[in-house]
Design a binder for this molecule. Structure first.
Ligand SMILES: *[C@@H]1O[C@H](CO)[C@@H](O)[C@H](O)[C@H]1NC(C)=O
Ligand SMILES: *[C@@H]1O[C@H](CO)[C@@H](O)[C@H](O)[C@H]1NC(C)=O
Length: 150
């Protein structure tokens, strides 16, 4: 009796975990950056997860990745670095590698800058009368960058 009850509760917990997709994940999430800190001049692998975005009805048409110095810390000479435009993955998982140019002036001039990755998901908002409108949402992630020589 006791064992049966315990199993039933566990089964319930298991299935609700698998299906739970918080609204916060509707634009996808950056699952991993490897290595982190990012080493300039060496390959970095980004993996983003749109499993919940798709399940919630926000399947990305394409996804943009930029590296930015947030306004509060930006000298005005640190433009966003655009490093990926990708088709929305039907599998839900997008993985790709990038090598950042270690000689780019913003990296050498401001070696201690704090960066974040902005993951922008563009998805189709459909309406019966007017067809499709593309709209975007984004999430941000703090990342550290170092020079190979550091
Ligand atoms: C992607 O997200 C789903 C739902 O949260 C999760 O079950 C899965 O393990 C994640 N996969 C990766 C590679 O992060
Ligand atoms: C970034 O800006 C915030 C708010 O102005 C400040 O507290 C923080 O020290 C700054 N960080 C760097 C690395 O400049």
């Amino acid at each position: 009796m006791f064992v049966k009850t315990t199993l039933a509760v566990l089964a319930l917990v298991g299935s609700s975990v698998a299906q739970f997709c918080p609204e916060a994940l509707r634009f996808g999430s950056l699952a991993s950056v490897s290595p982190e800190p990012i080493v300039l001049g060496q390959e970095v692998t980004f993996t983003a997860n749109f499993t919940c975005a798709i399940e919630l009805g926000y399947a990305p048409v394409y996804v943009d990745y930029t590296l930015v110095v947030p306004a509060a810390n930006n000298t005005g000479y640190q433009p966003p670095i655009y490093f990926g435009r990708r088709d929305g993955p039907s599998s839900g998982i997008d993985t790709f590698t990038v090598t950042f140019d270690p000689t780019y002036y913003a990296f050498t001039t401001y070696p201690d800058a704090q960066y974040e990755v902005i993951l922008t998901s563009t998805y189709a908002a459909d309406s019966d009368s007017y067809g499709t409108t593309l709209v975007s949402g984004y999430t941000t992630y703090g990342v550290s960058l170092i020079q190979a020589s550091d």
